[in-house]
Design a protein around this ligand. Structure first.
Ligand SMILES: Cc1cc2nc3c(=O)[nH]c(=O)nc-3n(C[C@H](O)[C@H](O)[C@H](O)COP(=O)(O)OP(=O)(O)OC[C@H]3O[C@@H](n4cnc5c(N)ncnc54)[C@H](O)[C@@H]3O)c2cc1C
Length: 379
């Protein structure tokens, strides 16, 4: 356990490890990640790991596209696999209003170089996802470069690469206190204290509690989401990430054939990983309806994870009123895909450089000012 650090990152999820990597790579010495459990034990290790550029807000399209560009070269850059699978995202619309919005999104995406398709022909959907039962849908969009990666491999790869640049990772190290000092912060943990210059709160669905240690009030809350995985079926049953906002599902197939599927709860605001049988039944019914070829396979496991929600489902990035105390939190249902860009933005901010995307709009005080980031394509 180091006694001093330049930068302390609280939380070893996708966002914390990516931030550690970009900071250490930029030349920052003595970057220390404190993780109360093990790396990737929070939302990142429990997520669907989808990566898509099909958003409806220019900022999100641009940030996600930058993440796709990064993911496409990440194995090479980090020297370890991330499990990237670019089977595309097939988005399904069941409602007229939703379909109209999808068509607007595609126009915007094209203007930004995201060459997605919008179509109504079910046969085209079935070319992308053989056998998919979507006769009740009214429209689709698809972008081949979208896909999913392996969250464990990705986080591990970021961690190992950060370590090669000199970052230190301390697991089972819980931050229990934060105090402002002259020119920095004192981080109190269950394993001793660290004196440092800057602290970044990457604590995911615990970010609100961590912020409170320094007297900062965040509007975040944890929302519990359920997800299932089946025994393997023929690869090719669901090549894309199949997703619908109005249909309330996302489904992907792992390289060895298992199907991972999830849905959003109508309301499940709590911190906790308890599973429930109703979710298994509901998600399994959805998989069966959409993918008849998956008939008779068994669910092997169900788990729960948290969305670290904000009032507009968009992240909070930047420094707080407490000098030297920064946040990269509140990624709701899309923090895995945005982790590389979040890490790049935080690195630029802490180095006093111009960030690749202006994070001013993602300031934590926007809610007090009555501002919101309005994204139509969000789960
Ligand atoms: C079911 C589900 C499906 C999802 N699907 C997708 C998807 O398809 N695509 C996508 O992009 N995103 C998805 N997400 C969202 C994504 O998982 C999160 O946005 C992302 O993983 C957040 O990463 P993080 O590093 O901020 O948080 P986390 O991964 O939760 O990491 C935070 C870490 O902080 C640690 N910590 C907390 N408090 C302390 C403390 N006091 N001291 C030390 N350590 C502490 C925790 O132990 C944890 O490991 C999904 C989430 C869920 C639950």
């Amino acid at each position: 356990m180091p006694k001093t650090a330049d930068i302390v990152i609280i939380g070893g999820g996708g966002v914390g490890t990516a931030t550690a990597y970009y900071l250490a790579k930029s030349g920052r010495k003595n970057v220390v990640v404190l993780e109360k459990n093990t790396v990737c034990s929070g939302s990142t290790g429990r997520c669907g790991a989808g990566i898509r550029a099909q958003w409806g807000l220019e900022l999100n399209c641009r940030m996600a596209l930058a993440c796709l560009d990064t993911f496409e070269h990440l194995d090479e850059e980090l020297g370890l696999p991330t499990g990237l699978n670019q089977g595309g995202y097939l988005l399904v619309a069941y409602k007229e209003k939703e379909w109209a919005q999808f068509q607007k999104n595609v126009e915007l995406q094209h203007s930004l170089g995201i060459m997605s398709e919008a179509f109504t022909d079910v046969k085209r959907a079935q070319e992308i996802c053989p056998g998919v039962a979507v006769d009740d849908a009214i429209g689709f969009t698809f972008y081949q470069r979208d896909g999913h990666a392996d969250p464990f491999l990705t986080t591990f790869a970021f961690q190992e690469a950060a370590k090669r640049y000199g970052a230190t990772f301390c697991k089972f190290t819980e931050v229990v206190g934060l105090k402002a000092t002259k020119g920095g912060m004192l981080v109190e943990t269950n394993r001793g204290n660290i004196d440092c210059k800057d602290v970044i709160n990457c604590a995911g669905s615990w970010a609100q509690d961590v912020a409170a240690l320094a007297g900062v009030k965040l509007p975040n809350w944890a929302e519990r989401h359920q997800i299932i995985i089946t025994e393997p079926v023929d690869p090719g049953v669901c090549p894309p990430m199949l997703m619908s906002f109005s249909g309330n599902y996302y489904i992907q197939q792992r390289p060895h054939g298992s199907i991972i599927a999830g849905e959003s709860p109508s309301s499940d605001i709590r911190l906790g990983y308890t599973s429930n049988v109703n979710s298994i039944a509901s998600i399994a019914r959805t998989v069966l309806k959409l993918l008849p070829r998956a008939k008779n396979i068994r669910v092997v496991r169900q788990w729960a994870g948290h969305y670290d929600m904000t009032p507009d489902s968009a992240p909070i990035l930047g420094e707080t009123d407490v000098k030297h105390f920064w946040h990269a939190t509140g990624f709701s249902g899309h923090g895995f895909m945005l982790a590389p860009v979040a890490g790049q933005i935080m690195t630029a901010l802490l180095n006093g450089d111009k960030p690749p995307f202006d994070p001013t709009i993602m300031d934590y005080k926007r809610f007090e000012r009555g501002e919101k980031i309005v994204e139509p394509n969000v789960v």
